[in-house]
Design a protein around this ligand. Structure first.
Ligand code: IVH
Length: 675
């Protein structure tokens, strides 16, 4: 080899190593070491060197992910060890029964350790590494025979082409789930839509469609990811004796393992894990349909063996489906606090994850057009956590002959005022303002809501009655209500009336941030309200300010600044503020944080779990206002993790790394909010 080639070869090897190491940090550890731009530079340098020295290109180079030519068909692949399915449990009783069966078979009491993992809703794949190099990948197929999708699997960035580190067996078949994240799926469909291409029904179908492309160049463009969850065929030494240790080895070899994976002991801990992940399900970036528990000890797994097509040592606990099919009976328009008209589908009632759903939002007219939903259509409705049920899509193939398109009304369905839709805005609005009873009702509901003035007992139904009976037109009049007036309302006895008056009285002591939020200024949510409160300290300063000064406040851009100024320009709004304060609404003085008082400069915090006194977003804004950084993941650089209720895996990570953990009380202290 010539001297220059020799250096090129060393450089190439060095670059590949560096790139693989960055991939590992990014995909496996979730701790990127360099910005994307630096990664791209390294990648380009490697490409250029390989272009100059094509004979030095090897198939496991990170530049060689996308194969040359499309296939005419996939080859068949026989699995050395069948890829089986899992038995299911649908409730706690069935989980306990599973555990009891194992105890009886193994003749032990209650001490079984399980590896617990989310059950991803994607596609099972098998990937074989020979001497650490990816040599073959296949779909599950019927469990015995699958299809050779090596070319396609190679295009997935989170699949290493060469294993890292050492100590892996000579041949190892890694199994895992290939999937597309929820956000990547949305982007992918939006893009397909914009180009008039086919949209996929759900992330799983999108992943399946992407993996089964004969042309790997198409697969390479799809946002596929992987989490590995077991090994199949192994030749040679190097495997640990528990499932969890094996997963740790996979990680150390550069394979991606779900970070929610953990060890639990006995059926009660299994159920607690099922519930914990169930609570998080909505926030997880990918779709899951359950969690899987596997006996952790491989020796015990072997003792238990298989029954029909599933291992005796594992069980999947499923979550109820969040999506169901139903028919759109009608579409009506609801008018919100700011006059926004929301199309709402009235549905044939359907049970979704245990709750009857008969209304679902269609968000706005752009969404109606995008989804092309019509009255009479069969649609997919989704209900997830405590968010409002929504119409996800219409099934065009089931569309009956006569359907009705949805049209935006020209007049407000509540007050008859003109409806306008500003250019480039998705939202149409009623122009009636406070003349519109719907807007009045909604602004009172907002004022009374938990995150605003938190008026106990003043629910939606009651507010509707108060407005309809003409007892309250604007929020300040709430404080003029008298017991005798309230008892004239439906289902309002003397006791409830007295309680409500007491709750109204109690709500008068609030915080400045809540008060600003309660006013219902467009686009001023809790975080912005809190930032405004901390920045200005008193209401007169906010009323007297201008758009330029407002934009100095964290979170406030030109649009929000304009909404704030316009709001306080209206004499009736200023009047309402005055009346509220005269009625006795008050708050403790705000301690202003001067711009120079960056007491937490240089500190890095990570927030996990729920807080009682504020949302995580608020805590983040407050920490940032004091100069701290708030990071999304725990690393050696983290000053402390602030753990609220039901903290996530970040707490475990902090404990592993020996990072300080603070509770909510310490957070309040940090923020100088003594309670
Ligand atoms: S273990 C013999 N672990 O579920 C063990 N499977 O019904 C079988 N799946 O085809 C697989 N996440 O596609 C296992 N953490 C996980 C999983 C998982 C998803 C899928 C997999 C398999 C199906 C079994």
């Amino acid at each position: 080899m010539s001297a220059s080639k020799d250096t090129a070869s060393t450089q190439i090897e060095q670059l590949r190593k560096e790139i693989n190491q960055h991939n590992y940090r990014y995909y496996v550890l979730d701790e990127p070491a360099v910005p994307d731009a630096e990664y791209d530079r390294l990648f380009q340098r490697l490409l250029r060197l390989e272009e100059k020295h094509p004979d030095l290109i090897s198939p496991d180079s990170p530049t060689q992910r996308v194969g040359a030519s499309p296939l005419s068909a996939f080859d068949e692949v026989k699995h050395h060890i069948p890829m089986l399915s899992l038995a299911n449990a649908f409730d706690e009783k069935e989980l306990h029964a599973f555990h009891r069966r194992l105890c009886e078979r193994l003749e032990i009491d209650d001490a079984i350790e399980y590896a617990a993992e989310p059950k991803l809703d994607g596609l099972a794949v098998s990937i074989i590494y020979t001497d650490g190099v990816l040599t073959r990948a296949a779909t599950r197929g019927d469990g015995y025979t699958g299809e050779d999708i090596t070319q396609n699997i190679r295009t997935i960035d989170s699949v290493p082409l060469r294993l890292l580190g050492a100590g892996y067996p000579k041949t190892i078949e890694v199994r895992g789930e290939v999937f597309i994240s929820k956000s990547a799926f949305d982007d992918m469909n939006a893009n397909a839509e914009a180009h008039g291409e086919k949209v996929f029904a759900n992330p799983r179908n999108a992943a399946a469609g992407s993996l089964r492309q004969l042309d790997p160049r198409i697969t390479a463009k799809r946002p596929l990811e992987i989490y590995c969850y077991s090994v199949g065929w192994v030749e040679g030494d190097g495997l640990a004796s528990t499932h969890s240790e094996i997963l740790n080895s996979l990680k150390s070899w550069g394979l991606r393992v779900n970070p929610e994976t953990t060890i639990v002991s006995g059926p009660n801990e299994c159920w607690a894990y099922y519930e914990k992940i169930g609570k998080k399900r909505q926030q997880l970036p990918y779709e899951i349909d359950g969690v899987v528990f596997k006996v952790n000890d491989i020796l015990l797994q072997n003792k238990l063996g298989f029954v029909s097509r599933a291992p005796r040592w594992a069980i999947a606990c499923k979550y109820p489906a969040q999506e169901e099919l139903t028919v759109v009976l009608n579409v009506e328009f609801q008018v919100g606090r700011t006059g926004a008209l929301t199309p709402v589908a009235r549905l044939q009632p359907v049970n979704v994850a245990g709750v009857t759903v008969s209304n679902a939002t269609l968000h706005n007219m752009d969404e109606v057009a995008r989804k092309d939903v019509r009255v009479g259509d069969t649609v997919v409705v989704r209900r997830a956590g405590d968010v409002i049920p929504e119409v996800v899509r219409a099934l065009k193939e089931r569309r009956p002959k006569r359907t009705r398109r949805i049209k935006l009304p020209q007049h407000c369905p509540v007050c008859g005022s003109e409806v306008v839709r500003a250019e480039e805005e998705a939202v149409a609005r009623c122009t009636g303002g406070l003349y519109c009873a719907a807007q009045r009702k909604e602004s009172i509901k907002h004022y009374a809501s938990r995150k605003a003035m938190d008026i106990e007992g003043l629910g939606d139904k009651l507010i509707e009655q108060l407005v309809e009976q003409g007892l309250v037109e604007h929020v300040d009049q709430l404080y003029e209500l008298r017991c005798e007036q309230l008892t004239t309302l439906e289902r309002m006895g003397e006791k409830s009336a007295k309680n409500l008056i007491a709750a109204l009285e109690k709500s008068k002591l609030t915080t400045f941030a809540r008060f600003i939020y309660a006013l219902g200024i467009r686009e001023v949510g809790e975080v912005t309200a809190s930032n405004l409160a901390n920045h200005f300290g008193n209401i007169d300063s906010i009323i007297g300010t201008d758009e330029v000064a407002l934009q100095e406040v964290a979170d406030v851009g030109p649009i929000v600044a304009k909404h704030i100024v316009v709001f306080f320009q209206q004499p009736h709004n200023r009047n309402i503020v005055k009346k509220l304060i005269t009625a006795g609404v008050h708050w403790p003085e705000v301690q202003l944080v001067s711009v120079l008082e960056k007491t937490l400069e240089g500190k890095v915090y990570v927030l996990t779990g729920g807080l009682n006194n504020m949302t995580r977003e608020e805590a983040k804004a407050k920490l940032q206002a004091l100069g701290a950084k708030v990071a999304g993941s725990v690393s050696g650089k983290t000053t402390a993790v602030i753990a609220g209720e039901n903290p996530g895996s970040k707490l475990e990570k902090a404990q592993q790394l020996g990072v300080t953990v603070l509770n909510e009380a310490s957070l309040l202290e940090l923020l100088g909010i003594g309670r």
